[in-house]
Design a protein around this ligand. Structure first.
Ligand code: PAJ
Length: 279
């Protein structure tokens, strides 16, 4: 497995892969890898000849009061995990490599970037769209792999790829959960055992909405009331949003037809967690 830190090295490694007639899959991550990330790696390996994983804690997607400095970083362990998984190439650049001094160009998917997490994290999706644009330019992959866990990110990147004519196919993989329902997240390491128990309320609330929708309730207001009752039953948890939206536009859906997305974000202590289910 190659571990590369410069854009020039990554570009020539991709050129060599393409010169061999191989297809390339890219899995962008911020590291602190878990089984959710590895499910993307496996999906990439199943459909591409070579797989590159980027590990970059992207400063521009963190707000000034967010956890950029404390975000878990463990490059050595991540590389061991990826080597064991049979990944071909890891790209772990510095912030200076990705953002040349004075860089002032950003990519913004207007409208969508202000919805769901974008409402409480105003420059978050601009940072995500900008760094993913850079990664797509560097790797020019045939396919890029993302998790449904970050449903708003998926909607924004799909729109960005369409609007800016990127010649890449986006693949979206299902959310990987702990056996008790908690969606895997690098931020779960922040939780105390008590907070981890409290955090289960997110998946519990989503499953209750799914059950009620399956039983025939279509009214989003009534479905959300079910979720909020459950969320409010856990005093350590402060809800940021809980909405039922169109998964492509992220606009509220008054009624759940086929394919509505129920999405929740909440703070457990100082840790912000998100989760969602497609109905
Ligand atoms: P990160 O949070 O490290 O996630 C990297 C990828 O793994 C994302 O596509 C995310 O949706 C996916 N993922 C995370 N938890 C998952 C789970 N439980 N099941 C399935 N997939 C999961 O998302 C980012 O990094 C960044 O915003 C990034 C796209 C790398 C841009 O900086």
């Amino acid at each position: 497995m190659l571990l590369l830190t410069t854009i020039a090295e990554a570009r020539s490694a991709c050129d060599r892969i393409r010169a061999q007639g191989k297809t390339l899959g890219l899995v962008p991550t911020m590291g602190a890898l878990h089984q959710g990330h590895l499910s993307l790696v496996r999906a990439a390996q199943a459909s591409c000849d070579a797989v590159a994983v980027s590990i970059f804690v992207n400063p521009t997607q963190f707000g000034p009061k967010e956890d950029f400095a404390g975000y878990p970083r463990n490059l050595e362990q991540d590389c061991q995990t990826l080597e064991a998984a049979g990944v071909d190439l890891v790209f772990a650049p510095s912030a200076e490599e990705m953002y040349p001094a004075g860089a002032s160009t950003f990519v913004e998917v207007t409208g969508l970037s202000a919805r769901l997490d974008g409402a409480s994290r105003p420059s978050h999706f601009r940072g995500v769209a900008t760094v993913v644009t850079k990664l797509l330019h560097i790797f020019a992959p045939d396919r890029a792999f993302f998790g449904q866990k970050d449903a708003a990110q998926v909607a924004i990147l799909r729109k960005m790829v369409r609007d800016l004519l990127f010649p890449v196919q986006l693949d979206v993989c299902p959310t990987v959960r702990e056996p008790d329902g908690l969606a895997l997240s690098s931020r779960n390491t922040y939780l105390t055992p008590e907070q981890r128990r409290q955090a289960l309320v997110l998946s519990r609330a989503l499953l209750a909405v799914e059950r009620k929708a399956r039983a025939g309730e279509l009214d989003s207001g009534k479905l959300l009331a079910v979720a909020l009752r459950i969320l409010e039953g856990e005093p350590g948890v402060v809800v940021d949003y809980c909405r039922i939206v169109n998964p492509d536009t992220l606009e509220d859906l008054p009624e759940v037809g086929h394919g509505g997305l129920v999405a929740v974000a909440a703070r457990v202590g100082s840790t912000r967690l998100i989760d969602n289910l497609l109905l």
